[in-house]
Design a protein around this ligand. Structure first.
Ligand code: AMP
Ligand code: GLY
Length: 423
């Protein structure tokens, strides 16, 4: 098979790395890829959101399976476009992708089909939203409706902070049209977990559980990021809890979409808060998580390509279960100086070969590129250093030993990835 992977982050490197292990695959392309992906795939000079050129390429090169990493092309309808030309593609349709692209759509669907989530109100008017915030008080959560590169959520400790978020989203339009509508919702507390499932809208297979670390600094301090590290499995997700999450959140959502005439095919990611009243949905993503994927896929023993092709063809019933390595996996993100704010670029990275040669270690690239035969930084999240161990503790030790070998100017990372799983 000829496979095309779309995207350029750590998630896409993990996908390419896993796809390269499939017996079914002869050739992998990646658009646009990065300096790590370059070692396993032919990288193309096509942007991840250039649907027209991606389609031309897939038709001309007779691609057998296209795998979409990021949400933007999904919410812009890449899957519908490929389907139209009879091309096999892994990911949800534009209508299904609204689950991530519109928080209002997602919350209203959850309300209609009784999927547990935080109580919420939708606003199209800033004054009304602020009045409501005065009424309910803090803490509360303000969310922009549309896609905002992971920055559209403000967990406000005070009413003033919440009202300031409304001002910047609705009046100053910091996220453009994504802030035309907003949600004000109840602040939930508890432990978070990411549950990812593969589904063709008829069958559902859960992937191994994982937990992300969203704040930039140790002990969950500082601003939110795309994710500073992850581990799998997440011990907080017991067998019983997983069953509960599947029944009350995942199945109800997929069935609810089906009742609305929307087939969901691809990976569905539920961000869940495990509250004292049971699991509640924080958000849905319509793609693999980043960096959760870097901690999950190294544990997968089954052939990912076979499963993704089955999802795309709505034949997931052919795959009964997935085989998992019982060992734990930890991924530590090495970020550029300044990230998640403005960050430095073009810093040469050293130690990649030494770290990558260590046993039970894989170094996934995210924001890297090749320049004059050297690997330099090109993004905020630069690398996802991933290690395996028979316990989480062992995986943590291995991973940080590998991180110690790597360096670039301004590099920073959290020192407590996975610690939560031990305590
Ligand atoms: P999201 O961009 O929707 O993933 O939200 C980012 C983060 O905000 C989540 O991972 C949670 O930590 C937090 N969050 C979102 N919604 C809520 C909520 N209702 N209560 C508490 N925290 C929340
Ligand atoms: N790790 C969070 C996300 O992928 O959205």
């Amino acid at each position: 098979m000829r496979v095309l992977v779309i995207g350029s982050g750590g998630r896409e490197h993990a996908l390419v790395w896993k796809i390269a292990q499939s017996k079914l695959v002869d050739k992998i392309f990646c658009a646009p890829g990065n300096a790590g992906i370059f070692q396993q795939a032919e990288c193309l000079d096509i942007k991840a959101d250039d649907i027209g050129r991606l389609l031309d390429f897939a038709r001309k090169e007779k691609i057998d399976l296209t795998v979409v990493g990021p949400e933007a092309p999904l919410s812009n309808g890449i899957v519908d476009e490929f389907f139209h030309y009879g091309l096999r593609i892994f990911g949800p349709s534009q209508l299904a992708a609204q689950l991530e692209a519109s928080k209002v759509f997602s919350k209203q669907l959850m309300a209609k089909y009784k999927v547990p989530t935080a109580d919420f109100r939708v606003f199209t008017d800033a004054v009304e939203a602020k009045k409501y915030i005065e009424q309910v008080g803090a803490p509360c959560v303000v969310k922009a409706d549309g896609l905002a590169a992971g920055k559209g959520v403000v967990v406000a400790k005070t009413a003033d902070e919440a009202k300031a978020a409304v001002t910047s989203m609705m009046q100053e339009k910091i996220f453009g049209d994504a802030g035309n509508k907003i949600i004000v919702e109840e602040c939930l507390s508890g432990e978070e977990a990411s549950i990812l499932v593969l589904t063709d809208s008829r069958e559902v297979i859960a992937l191994a559980s994982a937990q992300d670390h969203k704040r930039v600094n140790d002990l969950d301090q500082g601003p939110n990021t795309g994710g500073m590290g992850a581990y799998s499995p997440a011990p907080v997700v017991t067998k019983e809890l997983l069953k509960n999450i599947l029944e009350t959140i995942v199945y109800r959502t997929i069935d609810g979409l089906a009742k609305e005439g929307i087939d969901y095919r691809g990976v569905l990611y539920a961000g869940v808060m495990i509250t004292k009243d049971g699991p509640k949905t924080l958000e849905f993503n319509v793609r693999f998580g980043d960096p959760e994927t870097q901690a999950i896929l190294p544990r997968l023993k089954s052939d990912l390509v076979e499963v993704m092709a089955a999802v795309a063809e709505q034949k997931l019933n052919r795959i009964r279960t997935l085989d998992w390595d019982s060992r734990a996996c930890v991924c530590v993100v090495c970020a550029a100086g300044g990230y998640p704010g403005d960050y430095a670029k073009d810093k040469e990275i050293s130690g990649l070969d030494v770290a990558g040669a260590m046993q039970d270690v894989v170094v996934f690239h995210a924001g890297t590129k090749l320049e004059n035969k050297k690997i330099v930084t090109s993004g905020g999240r630069v690398l996802g250093v991933t290690g395996r161990g028979s316990t989480i503790k062992e995986a943590i030790n291995t991973t940080y030993q590998a991180v110690d070998k790597i360096n670039f100017e301004g590099m920073h990372y959290r020192l407590d990835i996975g610690k939560r799983a031990i305590s």
